[in-house]
Design a protein around this ligand. Structure first.
Ligand code: HEC
Length: 375
């Protein structure tokens, strides 16, 4: 039904586009050919990001064109594609600033992704500690592997790829797998099985995917931001249709803030694989700029208190993660871009969409990330 309505609307847009004096340039999107269910060159359906790209093109009134380009080269893939003008946008990059320096802008967020605990059908877990005494399959050199190493009484079983870890669970060689969520769904679909997928909320375990655009296409980025915000529920529906879901969720604070190492190591492998926290560590100047913008330049501190220590709990922005858990950056964007008229205190939060630069609001978000209280 939704799809039908969307295509009717696309038809009017196409008509409009056709009647304009010059034919619309194609909207060229770079996608990884082999990260189903996110994107895939083979098969009948080409993945979540492919379908989102198609709908964005329709909404822009431009024909959709896809360039399949593997992203396991990390930043090099970005340099050779969006930054070399082979495509207008690359879907699935981490929604953070400074990934490859100032030449890349990011629109979104499109979708939140992360590590999930995969259990055999019918199983349920209340806490990570319940895994004690069992074997847990992980992928080598992943954040999940690092986190798992802190969990007492668990025997890790390591594989080169996350999909292999999930297959080991299916063969009964592990009691659970702790892997990047698309890998779990990919194996479910390949094998026609249904597993239990548990979202794990914790430091560095969740991040947001966005759309990378070259710096000279700022207008396109702003337009994509608007469209993505409007399509949020449609995007979530597409993701669900591809099997991305959580059967239940648990939280796991495996890394107390005080002991967080600040290695600042950024290692983008496939698209959308860099956790937001890791990237945040990489940009101390941006974080300092965020503080300055908040305290003096933009004057957020007038209402939220210096250094975000609020005059009351509702305005204390160090408590956002406590309030919204890993969804807090999304709430940040909504509150800051659109403002908030209805609050319990009757005070108004102004909308900053048209009055503050997106980069400045991003810098504030990155600075706030470093301030979030644990409890
Ligand atoms: C005129 C006063 C005022 C100014 C200036 C202001 N805010 Fe707010 N802000 C508020 C109020 C009031 C709320 C709503 C609190 C509530 O929901 O009760 C709020 C809410 C928020 C929230 C959502 C908090 C939550 O936990 O839901 C964020 C994020 C935020 N502001 C960020 C900012 C940033 C960043 C700036 C500066 C660019 C800013 N605000 C400037 C008054 C202000």
């Amino acid at each position: 039904m939704h799809r039908y309505r969307a295509s009717l609307c696309a038809a009017c847009l196409a008509l409009l586009a056709a009647s304009s004096p010059r034919a619309a340039e194609p909207f060229r999107v770079c996608l990884d050919p082999d990260v189903p269910p996110l994107s895939s060159a083979s098969g009948e359906r080409h993945g979540v990001f492919y379908e989102v790209g198609e709908r964005l093109a329709r909404a822009l009134g431009r024909p959709f064109r896809v360039f399949w380009w593997p992203t396991d080269l990390g930043k090099r893939a970005i340099r050779l594609t969006v930054l070399a003008d082979r495509c207008d946008a690359m879907l699935g990059l981490p929604f953070v600033k400074g990934l490859v320096g100032p030449r890349l802008l990011v629109a979104g967020p499109l979708l939140e992704l992360g590590y999930v605990l995969v259990l055999p059908a019918g199983a349920r877990i209340a806490r990570m500690e319940d895994l004690a005494g069992g074997r847990v399959a992980v992928a080598f050199d992943s954040e999940a592997q690092t986190a798992l190493a802190t969990l007492p009484g668990v025997e890790p079983v390591t594989f080169r790829q996350p999909e292999e870890a999930v297959r080991a669970l299916l063969r009964g060689e592990a009691d659970a797998a702790f892997v990047w969520e698309p890998a779990a769904v990919r194996v479910e679909q390949e094998t026609g099985t249904r597993l239990v997928i548990v979202r794990v909320d914790g430091p560095r375990l969740r991040w947001q995917a966005g759309v990378g655009v070259a710096r000279d296409k700022r207008e396109l980025r702003d337009r994509l931001d608007e469209l993505i915000a409007r399509m949020r529920s449609e995007i979530a529906e597409i993701a669900r249709a591809y099997g991305l879901r959580y059967d239940h969720a648990i939280s796991w604070n495996w890394l107390p803030a005080a002991t967080r190492p600040r290695d600042g190591h950024l290692r983008p492998r496939a698209s959308a694989v860099v956790p937001i926290a890791a990237a945040t560590d990489a940009a101390p100047e941006v974080i300092e700029r965020g503080r300055e913008l908040f305290n003096s330049v933009l004057g957020c501190a007038h209402c939220h208190g210096p250094d975000a220590v609020g005059p009351d709990k509702a305005r204390d922005l160090r408590r956002m993660r406590i309030r919204y858990r890993s969804d807090w950056p999304e709430t940040y964007w909504r509150a800051v871009l659109e403002g908030r008229l209805q609050t319990r205190s009757g005070l108004v939060m102004p909308a900053w969409k048209d009055t503050a630069a997106r980069e400045d609001l991003e810098a504030i978000l990155l600075w706030l990330s470093s301030l979030q209280l644990e409890r």
